[in-house]
Design a protein around this ligand. Structure first.
Ligand SMILES: Cc1ncc(COP(=O)(O)O)c(C=O)c1O
Length: 418
């Protein structure tokens, strides 16, 4: 595989055949396959045998550039015009670089984080500053789990979380969801079969836009109550621009948990700053491991974040961004519905449109000038769809995009020859 001699999707020899060829026991060959599966390099398909994974867990190449002129609705990011302007803030800032031995984190930033969590009823141990939501999720997984552990994930879900689990040798257990988040029945079944951890996106779920409401959050909390040792990780990557309130399953009685709230979507992804809190041990271990690597998130960045956040106009810009994204999601879902096309997007920066053939739709939309993401990377067992990122989609473009969707989805007439 590493030498490129085995192509993605290629079948590996049966365990007994490999064992005979290499003159090792069948148990040794089987354990090698198990190891490759845990590392995400092969997939076992029961009687279908074992084949090389279609998607290696670590991407080594960037996606090819889009054709010139295509509207990029494939990235899932915020609209740069709805982020506070850095230049004017940085120009007036007097930065204080830290030295070794000084406090790692900016006290004002920790206070802002603590207040933000407390308002949403999230009260935990120490607050860590990490390099974005995904960095926080990775640190919690590394701090608390071991190779082979089973992690419940939303399906459809965030493809980088799927890749991260593979790369860490953790096993993803797909759990279905609807517009209000994980389905309690499916979560209950997964817990009965055994889960060590659960990663949940409370709002702005990527790619479906699902968001918890109070009723679903209460229901899910009841389902997990019988499993106090479950490690619960909440990935609030979009925070206040999600367009729905923050609900959490954390609270008294939960021994192992973490909530990560990123600033990427409302102050800017290039700041690479997110807040993390959790039970004492989890937060403490995350910080402990951080000291053994990068040490801390640059205090220069932390000071810029405090300045950006405290600048007059930022808070109202965040409110405006939430409303604007909501208008963009609603416009697209409404225009698609007018043409009889089902779509989901209750919160966040994406709309999820079920389709029969992802590649055909992605290609046809690209020919019409729209780049959207095929759903394949975001799915484990769920059915095909494409993801439209609405961060930069102007409400007036929604009608034309919906009409182009309708043309791509129209049944193609089959031609039979004698
Ligand atoms: C569910 C989810 N988690 C994490 C991230 C990454 O966030 P960050 O840039 O803060 O690492 C994203 C990005 O869109 C996401 O959709």
């Amino acid at each position: 595989m590493l030498r490129g001699e085995l192509a993605p999707g290629e079948r590996l020899p049966a365990v007994r055949v490999l064992a005979a060829r290499l003159r090792v026991s069948a148990a040794t060959a089987a354990s090698a396959y198990r190891y490759l599966k845990i590392r995400g390099l092969v997939v076992a398909e029961g009687r279908g045998g074992t084949s090389v994974s279609q998607q290696p867990p670590l991407a080594t190449r960037l996606a090819p550039p889009l054709p010139v002129g295509a509207r990029n609705l494939a990235e899932g990011g915020p609209d740069p015009r709805l982020l506070p302007a850095l230049d004017s803030v940085v120009a007036h800032l007097r930065l204080h670089p830290r030295m070794y031995g000084e406090p790692y984190n900016d006290a004002r930033l920790l206070e802002l984080a603590q207040r933000m969590f407390a308002v949403d009823g999230i009260v935990g141990g120490p607050i860590a500053i990490v390099g974005g939501a995904l960095d926080g999720v990775e640190r919690v997984l590394r701090a608390r789990l071991r190779v082979g552990d089973r992690v419940g994930v939303e399906d459809p879900g965030y493809h980088l979380v799927f890749d991260l689990l593979k790369a860490l040798g953790l096993s993803a257990v797909p759990i279905g969801l609807d517009g209000f988040g994980l389905l309690p029945g499916q979560l209950g079944q997964a817990l009965k079969r055994g889960l060590d951890a659960l990663i949940l996106t409370p709002r702005a779920q990527n790619p479906t836009g699902a968001a918890l409401d109070r009723a679903r959050a209460d229901e899910l909390r009841r389902v997990i109550r019988a499993y106090p040792e479950l490690l619960l990780i909440e990935d609030d990557h979009a925070g206040p621009i999600a367009g729905t309130p923050a609900f959490t399953l954390t609270g008294p009685g939960r021994a192992r948990w973490a909530v990560v709230r990123s600033l990427s979507k409302w102050l800017g992804p290039d700041l690479r700053v997110a807040f993390l809190t959790g039970d004492e041990l989890t937060s403490g271990r995350v910080e402990g491991w951080q000291r053994l690597g990068t040490g801390w998130v640059s205090n220069l960045l932390q000071q810029i974040v405090v300045a950006l956040w405290s600048t007059g106009g930022t808070v109202s810009l965040i409110g405006k961004a939430a409303k604007t994204y909501q208008a963009r999601r609603d416009a697209l879902v409404r225009e698609l519905a007018c043409l009889g096309i089902e779509a989901y997007g209750r919160s966040g920066l994406n709309v999820w449109v079920p389709v029969a053939e992802e590649v055909v739709v992605v290609r046809s939309l690209l020919e019409a000038g729209w780049a959207v993401a095929a759903g394949e990377r975001f799915r484990i067992r769920s059915t095909p769809a494409v993801r439209v990122s609405i961060g930069n989609l102007q409400a007036f473009e929604a009608r034309r995009l919906a009409a182009d969707f309708a043309r791509c989805l129209a049944p193609r007439r089959a031609v039979y020859s004698a």
